[in-house]
Design a protein around this ligand. Sequence first.
Ligand code: FAD
Length: 279
Amino acid sequence: MSDELRISFEFFPPKTPEGKNKLYKVREELQQFNPDFFSVTYGAGGTTRDTTRGVVKSLIEQGIDAAPHLSFGGDDEETVASLLSDYQQIGVKRIVALRGDLPSGMGGHSQLVYANELVAFIRDRFGDQFHLEVAAYPEVHPEAKSYSDDIKFLKGKFDAGANSAITQYFFNPDAYFHFIDQCQQAGIDAPIYPGIMPIINYRNLARFSDSCGAEIPRWLRKRLESFGDDVESLQAFGVDLVSELCETLLENGAPGLHFYTMNQTQPTAKILRNLNGDD
Ligand code: FAD
């Protein structure tokens, strides 16, 4: 795999001290792949404000480029600006700017601020202090009225000042290539990095995919279901399948890969070793 490809790893902030210790071990193990940065998710509504910041700060103190995810949630401008100032002070150079989803029980989407507005807000208050990543949806965001509307709003995020995008995960590479083609036709020439979801647990993956609009093709659902409780075989199959997906993406021009690690070293490490041609 070429050194020019951008590799990044996503974590979620752990809830317990044990989870935190485990995460630092995972981080150390994944460091061998020389990632460009680690990103840390944010519970829209501010539910993980302290834990996201804590993980980001600790990574930066270890000399690692760490990018917090951020959204307005229900927060006002001054709360968000003060978190951004704080991020600037601790050495954050990159933000993943999102509308986010409110956790269930915190109300509907009505008060959520679209990501393009957050990007515009950060550019207005902080100029070019941060590299801004935004989210993109090759298989269409579940609330989008149409395919072209979704691309129009993605373009709006770049027009507001975003630098690059990371996609929702997908298992069909054609969805990504068609999307890139349509983005280019819409005048988007910034890099769009495919988000890669390892297959760890079928039930969780199926539930999450239904809610976030990522498609598990029928043949793949059937194949994954057939493993039943044999998690080891499911994960081995998943590593092969996702390695092939990554290979196809990189061979056909994807500028890098962003892994949703689920705070686990394996299977992301196995996939990257396959791509590097190791054992
Ligand atoms: P937006 O870009 O604002 O789009 C949301 C919806 O509104 C889309 O349907 C879009 O077509 C439409 N839209 C966009 N702009 C406008 C506009 N101006 N007017 C009208 N309609 C518009 N969620 C979390 O809670 N925490 C995280 O840390 C997190 N990290 C993520 C990381 C990545 C790489 C990805 C792909 C997703 C992540 N998510 C996270 C999920 C994301 O927050 C949800 O998918 C959310 O529903 C949309 O966020 P967005 O930033 O894409 O929203």
